[in-house]
Design a binder for this molecule. Structure first.
Ligand SMILES: [Ca+2]
Ligand SMILES: [Ca+2]
Ligand SMILES: [Ca+2]
Length: 574
């Protein structure tokens, strides 16, 4: 609990990996199509939203849009293709190591071959720490949420639950308080109220979606029978239009199904929602659940390192593999997708479970990355409480002292981060001192214009630096698959990729110089009127510059031009 600023414990909705298992299309969409009204249950407005699919929209995201150019292609991409075609042709580059602190990476993926970091000084599988870095057989990275015999933590609790359990043990049933505990006791009351509310919401949402799913399945069955369709056949709007029935049950089913079909949803969308809330009830808010025994570390000892195992994939590597592909997928192999940077090696550091990551692991992951040569660290995760922030901050400062850039996803709760807490962040301790090696990234959509900011993206004129593509990003997923995902989790690796690209061609630049260049060279959309994320009313626009420090979207082409100048001037002045 030390160094935790109690007064700042403002709450955010749950979310850790910014997209994990589910995609944060705005849940208001559900609300708007009237599905919520059709169940008479009291429910909590949890920001769950159904997964994105290209079919949802009449317009499709252009393929590879995140690498395209705003002027040439009319999408707010980062101009990677233009940069390769023009500025970088026949230019030499140096390999840059990018650490991906995430859920794990499928290092066997066809489009990541040759792109994974190899620790050349470590002899594989001999049970010895050959390079003496404190980690045994760490050939491709490390897994801080695994244990001996290759076991893995897959689910974990939320930090709110862990705080609640810890304080509950100390204060429950206590009638007499010592003066020194008064402040903490008040904090316990606050945590208790919040925890109980969130737990109840998760239960209600879980039940609510189960009812909706039932209703959906029932309506589909009924209407298919009426239309004499087979089970496999899809109910389309055309089919539904044919139904003429005075039967009340049919009419109600038709009304429900029409809304579903028009919005592009199906039973499967409810399955995703049910999974999400079920895991909250079963793991995230379960006060009895504690998977840390799997890791077998001395959890309270923050200075401990070396725990975990060397298996960097883990049981659920979708999120981390997607992130890795955005940064580094092979651009020349005619397979899959094209990552942003070519001369990079990904160092996977498995740290983030389904649930909230732990500060001890985050701090160790940052230190591992720095000590083993990463120049950029991608961090597509976040949470609302951070009892070990002190240790994370020290690791952030350590990274700064070694010239390593940290790229962090702003999160997907449509929140203004100037008004709510989100961890980790650039603030060191309780001061307002900023880490200069920190880049906070929001997500923008390919739609541009009024719809420039992704409707789920967090924002903040002080706390989000810049935006990058994070909607309908097609990239690598485990077992040689590919998927389109949404999230600031996807925007951060676009930014990391651009940073890596700059450093690989201009290695004499420092982390803070790369950050400055990315910020200064952004495509300025500041004057563009946009619908702010989470807005109730699409007509209430604000200028894009209100949503971030720069009011811009990252642009690799412009950044590389600026980097060339800066790099030359540094050489001259040497
Ligand atoms: Ca080692
Ligand atoms: Ca070894
Ligand atoms: Ca490829």
């Amino acid at each position: 609990m030390d160094n935790c600023d109690f007064s700042k414990a403002i709450l955010l909705p749950l979310s850790n990996l910014v997209v994990h298992k589910f995609n944060p299309m705005n849940f208001k969409h559900f609300l708007a199509i009237g599905l919520w009204a059709s169940a008479s249950l009291a429910f909590a407005h949890e920001p769950y939203s159904p997964p994105y699919s290209d079919e949802d929209s009449t317009k499709k995201a252009p393929e590879n849009w995140f690498n395209l150019d705003p002027e040439e292609n009319k999408v707010p991409g980062v101009s990677t293709e233009k940069a390769y075609r023009t500025l970088l042709k026949n230019k030499k580059s140096k390999t840059v190591i990018v650490a991906v602190i995430d859920s794990g990476v499928d290092i066997e993926h066809e489009d990541l071959q040759g792109k994974i970091w190899v620790n050349k000084t470590e002899i594989p599988d001999n049970g010895k720490d050959d390079d003496g870095n404190g980690y045994i057989d760490d050939v491709n990275g490390w897994n801080f949420i695994g244990g001996k015999e290759g076991k893995h933590v897959n689910e974990d609790t939320y930090e709110l639950t862990r705080l609640y359990v810890q304080l509950h043990q100390k204060y429950d049933g206590k009638s007499k308080l010592e003066v020194k505990d008064k402040e903490e006791f008040e904090y316990y009351q606050e945590i208790k109220t919040k925890f109980e509310k969130k737990y109840k919401e998760a239960q209600e949402n879980y039940n609510y979606y189960k009812i909706l799913r039932k209703k959906c399945a029932y309506s589909e069955r009924l209407l298919k029978a009426y239309l004499d369709l087979s089970e496999e056949e899809r109910l389309t709007e055309e089919y539904l239009m044919k139904i003429r029935s005075s039967d009340e049950t049919i009419a109600e089913a038709l009304n429900f199904e029409m809304k579903m079909v028009q919005a592009g949803y199906s039973v499967a969308d409810f399955d995703n929602a049910i999974d999400y809330f079920e895991s909250g009830v079963k793991y995230g808010y379960n006060t009895e659940f504690n998977p840390r025994d799997i890791v077998g570390d001395n959890y309270k000892n923050y200075s401990e390192k070396g725990y975990g195992n060397n298996s960097v994939e883990g049981p659920d590597a979708e999120h981390g593999t997607h992130v890795a592909g955005i940064i580094a997928a092979n651009r020349e192999n005619d397979l899959g997708i094209k990552g942003v940077a070519t001369n990079v090696k990904i160092m996977p550091i498995r740290t983030v479970p389904n649930g909230d990551e732990r500060d001890k692991d985050v701090a160790n992951a940052i230190r591992y990355a720095v000590d083993n040569g990463a120049k950029i660290i991608n961090m597509s995760f976040g949470k609302s409480y951070s009892p070990g922030k002190k240790y994370v901050d020290e690791a952030v400062q350590y990274a700064a002292s070694k010239g390593v850039l940290l790229v962090h996803a702003a999160g997907n709760e449509s929140k203004n981060l100037d008004e709510s807490d989100n961890f980790p962040n650039k603030y060191i301790g309780q001061t307002q001192k900023n880490a200069e090696n920190w880049l906070e990234v929001g997500a923008c959509s390919w739609k541009g214009g009024k719809e420039m900011p992704a409707e789920f993206s967090n924002y903040g004129q002080n706390n989000v630096d810049i935006f990058a593509p994070g909607v309908a990003i097609h990239a690598t997923t485990p077992d040689n698959n590919y998927k389109s995902l949404n999230g600031t989790s996807m925007a951060a690796p676009v930014a990391s990729g651009v940073a890596a690209l700059i450093l690989s061609y201009y290695p004499n630049l420092s982390a803070t110089q790369v950050k400055e260049i990315i910020m200064k060279s952004a495509t300025n959309f500041g004057k563009q009127d946009v619908v702010p994320p989470g807005a109730e009313d699409d007509k209430k626009t604000v200028s894009f510059k209100k949503l971030s420090v720069t009011g811009g979207v990252i642009n690799a082409y412009k950044a590389l031009k600026m980097a060339e100048k800066k790099s030359k001037s540094l050489k001259k002045n040497r």
